[in-house]
Each structure stands twice: as C-alpha cells, then as structure tokens.
Design a protein around this ligand. Sequence first.
Ligand code: URA
Length: 181
Amino acid sequence: MSIHEIKKKIKECRNCALYTSGAGVPGEGEPCELMIVGEAPGAEEQTSGRPFVGRAGKLLRRLLEDEGISRFYITNVVKHRPPNNRRPLDTEIAACREHLEAEISAVKPRVIIALGSTAINYFTGEKQVGGTRVLRAGDVNYVLTYHPAAALRNPALKQDISNAIRIAKSLLKDSDRQKQP
Ligand code: URA
C-alpha cells in the first residue's frame, strides 16, 4: 500500500470506539529515513487532522529545527484522540497496530524516535521511559526518549529530547557512511 492509501485508510478508520472523536489523524511526511512516533493526537491535532501541531508538537518541531532536521515522518501509536487526553487503552493500541505497521512498511525508516512511554512500550514492551536510550532491532535503530508534553511540565527534559534528536542524526550519518563503497 502506498503512504497515500494508508493515510486515507487511517482517516476513515473505525477499528475502535475512538472513531467518534472525528477523522483519524494520519502521520505527516513522505517516506524517509527518520520516523518519529508519539502517543495519540491531542485536541488541536484532532481538530486540524495533523499530528504534533499543539503546544507539545510546536516544542518538538522547534527542537528538530534547532538540530537542522527538516525531513522526517511524524505519527502516533493511536490515530484518534482518546477522551480527555487519557492514555490509549491496550485494546485501542491493538486496534490501531495495523496502521502504524503499514506506515513503517511504507516509510522504511532507518531510525525511529519513540517519544514517551506509550511509544516506547509499543516498540520494546517496557513501561518506563528511563532516560534517552538507543536500541537496535534488525536494520532499525530506535531512539527512546521523553514525550515533549513531559518537557512542557519539566523543562529540564528538553535537553534529553534534543540529545535524542542529535543521536538520531548521528545514527543516520553513520549508516550513510556504511552505505558508501
Ligand atoms: N501528543 C502526541 O503524542 N501526539 C500528537 O500528535 C500530539 C501530542
């Protein structure tokens, strides 16, 4: 499936009861080497149909820009806003899995930044963020770090997220070097 077909399917999804929040919010961007995965759309994302456009999203986008990163695919584990911004339920995450897996297959990232415990748990099975870390699985490097919403509450965490972005950047450069003959 092309990324455009996947995005259309996400907008129309009724896999779980969250569809009553409005249209599904697909990822943004074209296939590229860096993918960023958060938890679920918030109120502004649900209204605009775009991921990471609210306060936390603006902070994240500024940190990416500060590191000179402009090419990325950004999405969420769950594509509809849970009521009152509660954490997505395991059943909702399971119902949405086909979409994130389809996005990953189409985007083919070499580095995935997982933001916050829902995304970290999705990729690793671990419940805690536990600082910024890198894990390699197959051809993909996972950079695990805090969600930018946590950095709005505790500004010291901005540094961790910037570090994670810098690590992602250097992992992309390393694998570029390995690709050269
Ligand atoms: N938080 C997320 O995890 N995703 C968004 O798109 C916005 C806020």
